[in-house]
Design a protein around this ligand. Structure first.
Ligand code: ARG
Ligand code: ZN
Length: 872
């Protein structure tokens, strides 16, 4: 059934304190929980106490030490009800036995490579003990863990270690206390035989914090970059947001079976090991950047998420959107701001725009859900961050910081809402944000149209902006959003163009605020026809279309002072040409020549850095081209048109591109830093162009693969070969597999590269990989590397006209769903592209989903995704 935001009500009882006692053995885990409970002032005597429980079997239950009679409580699939609890403060004690070793859903307490670990967000704690498992129930926790010393010398939980010692029979114990009241989703426990690296950080007020990262023995050296990232994150949050760490210890544990990236449990973050481990030989530059980003993200949650948490799961974006904004800002400060911005926007366009424009569209703050796990989405995370970014743009840096300071001051220790978040900015700056709040409440990507004209006689420049948002599921009408449009006018010589007066709407410095359906601005005193640079820095998450000609766009690509728009202008030209070609209108050769010239000029510009150039020459993703076409898309035609344009661009300049590729080789020892990484990314971008666009690339890629001294260069050469299915590709894939066979994270890279092959036999090969008896089919990373990347990044094969790609995925999902519903549901979200496809493929995709729904008993996770896609 569906849960609605409007039905929110506090629980009749609150939890004052929690005491847990875990006894862990190879045979199973016994969990005893003592909760101190209190009726709320407004609660009527006799109101039942309803606790959540999932897959638990109650062993014993007592109140204030006295066992309960059978008639005093009931249990069912959803939990435990105490029929008539005392009308005063009391202690409820329950006991359950768990078998973490058979927990393949990886929610609650489970074992990963022998290590006991937990994942509780959002509703995993109820798989550990009966509890009021919702984020508005905050309590301090004390956790005692007893386990065999030989198999679990390391015993960790949240907060500070207050006692430890022998427990007889080869057992030992640890007692942890977390003084900060927290919701159960932030609970964590780890027990195992782990190695570690340690360090310390002294906060600005002088608190010395012991830092540790725990991992499989032998992997310690691979954790050093993560530790370095952690210390930089701690320093950055003090400097940029005035936020200090608040406990004496901060622990991170890397585990190999994990449903997503990482988890911000108070004082004990648990990570998917792919976001911790890095060595130059086995991790790429992109992996390093991701580790830095996610370490920062989870650390930043300590204030935005843990100290201030969500009242209910509808508010997820309160912590996730804000924390993504914070991690993006961190990466921008640590690396190149423009490149980071381009990167983040590219990601938004490739993942969030398709979500927002399809059957799974939902607002950043949804108002209903059937399965909350299906709402940890790119909309909540990435669009949520864009909404915070717009706030910062509208309020200015100082106003935004004032609001954030007030947020921390006013809501510390609370479980709160998006409304409360917006209110602090209103109160701190005196701004009315009621219309702005629509960004949180409404789904869909606004389409903004800009058209302009210039009248030389009166030196008047007119710019009209309009907005329109298409209906999304459950939201037929879209009132106008508040859209901050950063802009500049550029004169014929490439320098900024001024005006003496502007009428018709609000323009403040370089910012137009479009808050109605349309605005027409009249600039007077404009000496020449300007080219407008709109939406600088991607100041709002909208789809902008303009009346600019290709010539205007390439002018922007050369002259705009805003690096984002320089990149975007060139990308727009390439996307438009590819979209046109894919729908039957071949680009004029003059247009291709002009684009090529702009690309080569960018490459030759000494003022631009390598990482930026790499972004400029990266050709638009097939998804972006498909979105530009909008409907009745044939993904094979898109892939072909993309390829053809790359050939047309590169052909005449292949020799120069090859020379540049050679020049850019890095000879100094590997460093993951932005400068070297930027150089490598440009070099590999050139290799990609050459391989797709000329006959010179294939051999070069093969040679680079063999000569590479780091994973970035080797993997780039492999992926480029596989993606273009060069003659050497099968042999390189074979070599890569044996060379790194033993390292699961490198195996994932092999799976990703394998899933990208465009040839018609790719599905057969993937089927065989998945069916191999030793394929680790319960590990989320392996499954996502194989299926997730096939679905998201190989649209031509996934959406094959004969339906083979769709069926391959639904058949695999049916099996995975029995083991781990979250992974199955996530893979199936790839079907959200169906409405974009031409009718034949669309029907084949629907048929595959319908067969899956009809022939199997599905989890709520996958059932929900399929129903929404088929309804949309
Ligand atoms: N809170 C974690 C993070 O973003 C992720 C938890 C994901 N949970 C889920 N059910 N998908 O840092
Ligand atoms: Zn997060």
């Amino acid at each position: 059934h569906t849960i609605f935001l409007k039905d929110y009500a506090p629980t009749p009882y609150s939890v004052v304190a929690v005491d847990m006692d875990f006894k862990i053995t190879e045979a199973g885990t016994r969990v005893r929980t003592q909760m101190t409970i209190e009726p709320r002032p407004e609660t009527e005597p006799g109101t039942p106490l309803v606790l959540d429980g999932d897959g638990l079997t109650l062993q014993s239950i007592a109140i204030d030490g006295a066992p309960l009679m059978m008639v005093a409580y009931t249990t069912d699939d959803d939990g435990l009800t105490v029929v008539e609890p005392p009308f005063r403060r009391f202690v409820l004690e329950t006991e359950v036995n768990l078998t973490p070793e058979t927990n393949t859903k990886l929610m609650g307490l489970y074992r990963s490579s022998g290590t006991w670990c937990t994942q509780c967000e959002p509703e995993g704690f109820r798989r550990i003990t009966y509890y009021l498992d919702r984020p508005d129930i905050l309590a301090p926790f004390k956790v005692r863990i007893t386990a065999p010393r030989d198999i679990a010398p390391v015993l960790l939980s949240n907060g500070n270690l207050i006692d430890k010692g022998e427990a007889g029979d080869g057992m030992h114990f640890a007692l942890w206390e977390d003084p900060f009241p927290k919701p159960a989703y932030l609970f964590a426990l780890v027990a195992g035989d782990l190695g570690s690296i340690t360090d310390t950080f002294t906060t600005s007020s002088g608190r010395k914090v012991d830092l540790a990262i725990y991992c499989t023995h032998g992997k310690e050296a691979e954790c050093l970059y993560a530790m370095d990232s952690l210390k930089r994150s701690m320093a950055w949050d003090e400097k940029r947001f005035g936020r200090e760490y608040d406990l004496d210890v901060f622990n991170i544990v890397a585990v190999s079976d994990f449903n997503f990236g990482a988890m911000e449990n108070k004082g004990l973050n648990i990570f998917n090991d792919k976001l911790v481990f890095a060595l130059p030989e086995t991790a790429s530059d992109a992996n390093y950047a991701n580790i830095e980003r996610v370490i920062a993200h989870e650390y930043f949650h300590n204030w935005t998420g843990n100290r201030i948490t969500c009242r209910d799961w509808f508010q997820l974006c309160l912590k996730e959107g804000l924390t993504v904004y914070r991690d993006q800002e961190f990466s921008s400060d640590e690396r190149s701001r423009p490149v980071q911005r381009i990167h983040d926007v590219e990601n938004l366009r490739i993942t969030q725009f398709p979500e927002d424009g399809g059957p799974l569209a939902h607002p950043p703050r949804p108002d209903r859900y059937r399965e909350i796990n299906n709402f940890y989405t790119t909309t909540v995370y990435q669009k949520g961050s864009e909404v915070v970014r717009m706030l910062a743009t509208l309020l200015g840096e100082a106003g935004f910081r004032k609001g954030m300071d007030l947020y921390f001051e006013r809501h510390d220790g609370e479980a709160t809402t998006i409304e409360a978040f917006l209110k602090v900015f209103e109160d701190a700056t005196g701004t009315d944000l009621s219309q702005f709040s629509r960004w949180y409440l409404n789904a869909g990507t606004p389409a903004v149209t800009a058209s302009d004209s210039y009248d030389a006689a009166s030196q008047t420049y007119t710019l009209t902006l309009t907005q329109k948002t298409a209906p999304t599921p459950n939201q037929p009408d879209k009132p106008p959003f508040v859209i901050p449009v950063k802009f500049g006018l550029i004169g014929p010589n490439g320098s900024p163009m001024g005006w003496t007066a502007v009428a018709g709407g609000t323009v403040k410095d370089d910012l137009i605020v479009l808050d109605g359906d349309s605005v027409t601005l009249t600039f007077t005193g404009v000496a020449n026809r300007p080219v407008p640079s709109l939406l600088r820095g991607f100041s709002a998450p909208v789809k902008l279309s303009t009346n600019l000609t290709q010539q205007d766009l390439l002018f922007l690509a050369r002259h705009d002072s805003d690096p984002f728009n320089r990149w975007d202008a060139l990308q727009t030209v390439a996307t438009q040409l590819m979209a046109a070609a894919a729908t039957g209108s071949q680009p004029a050769s003059a247009d291709v020549d002009a684009l090529r010239q702009a690309i080569m000029d960018t490459l030759g510009d000494p003022a631009l850095d390598h990482a930026f150039k790499a972004q400029v020459i990266a050709m638009p993703d097939e998804t972006v081209i498909a979105r530009q076409i909008g409907r009745d898309v044939d993904p094979s035609a898109v892939a072909e048109a993309r390829h053809a344009l790359i050939r047309a661009i590169v052909g005449p300049v292949a020799e120069r591109v090859e020379a540049l590729h050679a020049e850019l080789q890095v000879i100094e020892p590997y460093s993951p830093g932005a400068a070297q990484a930027g150089r490598r990314s440009l070099r590999n971008g050139l290799l990609s162009l050459l391989t797709a666009g000329s006959d010179r690339g294939a051999a070069l890629a093969e040679a680079q693969y063999h000569a590479a001294s780091n994973m970035t260069d080797r993997y780039a050469a492999l992926a480029i070969s596989a993606h273009n299915w060069t003659k050497a590709a099968p042999a390189l894939l074979g070599d890569f597999r044996t060379r790194f066979g033993g390292d699961p994270l490198v195996f994932d890279k092999w799976l990703v590269a394998s899933s990208q092959a465009p040839d018609d036999a790719v599905i057969e090969r993937l089927r065989a990989i998945l069916a191999a008896p030793d394929f680790p089919r319960t590990n989320p990373n392996r499954l996502r590397a194989l299926l997730g990347s096939f679905v998201m990044s190989n649209p031509a094969q996934f959406a094959r006209a004969d339906g083979l790609g769709f069926r391959f995925v639904t058949e695999a999902a049916a099996e995975i769903d029995k083991v781990n519903p979250q992974v199955a549901a996530r893979v199936l979200t790839g079907f959200r592209i169906l409405p974009l496809l031409e009718a034949g493929r669309r029907e084949a995709g629907r048929a595959a989903l319908e067969a899956l729904r009809n022939q199997h008993t599905l989890s709520r996770n996958t059932g929900d995704i399929i129903d929404r896609i088929l309804a949309g």
